[in-house]
Design a protein around this ligand. Structure first.
Ligand code: GLA
Length: 400
């Protein structure tokens, strides 16, 4: 009995120490690259190193991208002691060496596992090995874990993610924890404090407007599923509408710009999912657009709200930390939107919904990188089919 009491007291004392770990991470939405969207199971150390090099050479690192994450299929089994074994043919130098290389470029290292007995591709999952795997990741220098939900065998999602969260915290290494249970158990309601981001939907597909019977979603469907989740996003805890498809070839550049703009507005993690070694100039321009990234990385950490829904046409607004606001006009239709927008008429909505003051704002176009007027004037712009106009309303120099 005394022994039990002693253990209880020790746990009580160390518990706050554990739960303090991993706070202060992902204070803005994580940015990086993940292998899955482009490469699926075809991962190996050479390719991952090249991707890290390309992140630096393309200017993406300087634009804020940080994590290089190997998704499914790096693992092939467990040894007799239960330690996870990376595929020795594909990762001959070992994960520690790969992590060291990534770190040497000023980047951070991420891996993938699963709360179930197997990963979605049938590789060994972490169920029953959570603390052991977390220790292994920490030894390798892992900074980010994406944790999936296949073969979960009826576990309680919150408890399963809490266990791995505790295991990561117990290592003492700061590791961003990415919950990937596709929104099935409403992780936005319990994920804060357990993980730093949580997937909200089924997997993204490289298309703007499309439907798949088996659950893959295009950009517009994913956007719709985020709309009401804005109360749950904030520094250290983000809704994750899945990784980017920018540059993978299934959409037009107009659509990729809209995809990237809306992910920025939604305060979504910006995890590129294309081949960084082989990018068209347009793709680099999209992924490194500093005005759009600044909106995403704004430290207030608010997710945009759909401020007006006119069917084919939508207006989204995201309050920013300096009392300014980002606004994105999204044309979902198959024709051009002739936008004639009277800011004065709608200012009251902005005041109420996004808490801006009734000032005159300069309108900064985040794609053209130029001033296109101010909010005392009507804004007249043509927005192409599936395109956006994304602007930041900036205070005039002489205004507070
Ligand atoms: C699930 C996830 C994807 C990816 C694959 C890997 O489908 O949602 O993002 O990680 O598993 O198998």
């Amino acid at each position: 009995m005394k022994k039990l009491l002693f253990i209880f007291l020790v746990l009580l004392i160390i518990q706050p120490v554990f739960s303090q770990e991993n706070k202060g991470l992902a204070l803005t939405p994580p940015m990086g690259w993940n292998s899955w969207n482009k490469f699926g199971c075809d991962v190996n150390e050479e390719m991952i190193m090249e991707m890290a090099d390309a992140m630096v050479e393309s200017g993406m690192r300087d634009a804020g991208y940080e994590y290089i994450v190997i998704d499914d299929c790096w693992q092939i089994g467990r040894d007799s002691l239960g330690n996870i074994i990376p595929d020795p043919e594909r990762f001959p130098s070992g994960m520690k060496a790969l992590g060291d290389y990534i770190h040497s470029l000023g980047l951070k290292f991420g891996v993938y596992s699963c709360a179930g007995s197997k990963t979605c591709q049938g590789r060994p999952g972490s169920r029953g090995y959570q603390f052991q795997d977390a220790r292994t990741y920490a030894e390798w220098g892992v900074d980010y874990l994406k944790y999936d939900w296949c073969y979960n065998e009826g576990q309680n999602a919150e408890a399963a993610y809490q266990t791995m969260s505790d295991a990561l915290k117990a290592t003492g290494r700061p590791i961003v924890f990415s919950i990937c249970e596709w929104g099935d158990n409403e992780p936005w309601k319990w994920g804060e404090g357990i993980g730093h981001l949580w997937r909200t939907t089924a997997d993204i597909r490289d298309c703007f407007e499309c439907e798949f019977d088996w659950g893959g979603l295009g950009v517009l469907d994913i956007i719709d599923e985020q709309a009401e989740l804005y109360p749950y996003a904030g520094p250290g805890h983000w809704n994750d509408p899945d990784m980017l498809e920018v540059g993978n070839g299934g959409m037009t550049n107009t659509e990729y710009k809209s995809h990237f703009s809306m992910w920025a507005m939604l305060a979504a993690p910006l995890m590129a999912g294309n081949d960084l070694r082989d990018m068209k100039e347009k793709t680099v321009d999209i992924l490194t657009n500093e005005d759009v990234i600044a909106v995403n990385q704004d430290k207030l950490g608010k997710q945009a709200r759909r401020f007006m829904d006119m069917g084919d046409y939508e207006i989204w607004a995201k309050p920013l930390s300096n009392g300014e606001v980002a606004v994105c006009f999204l044309n979902r239709s198959h024709h051009t939107w002739q936008l004639d927008y009277d800011w004065q008429q709608y200012t009251m909505y902005f005041v109420r919904d996004v808490n801006v003051h009734k000032n005159t704002y300069e309108i900064w176009d985040c794609w053209e990188h130029e001033n296109i007027g101010n909010t005392d004037e009507q804004l007249s712009v043509e927005i192409p089919s599936h395109g956006v106009l994304m602007v930041t309303l900036k205070k005039q120099e002489n205004e507070e």
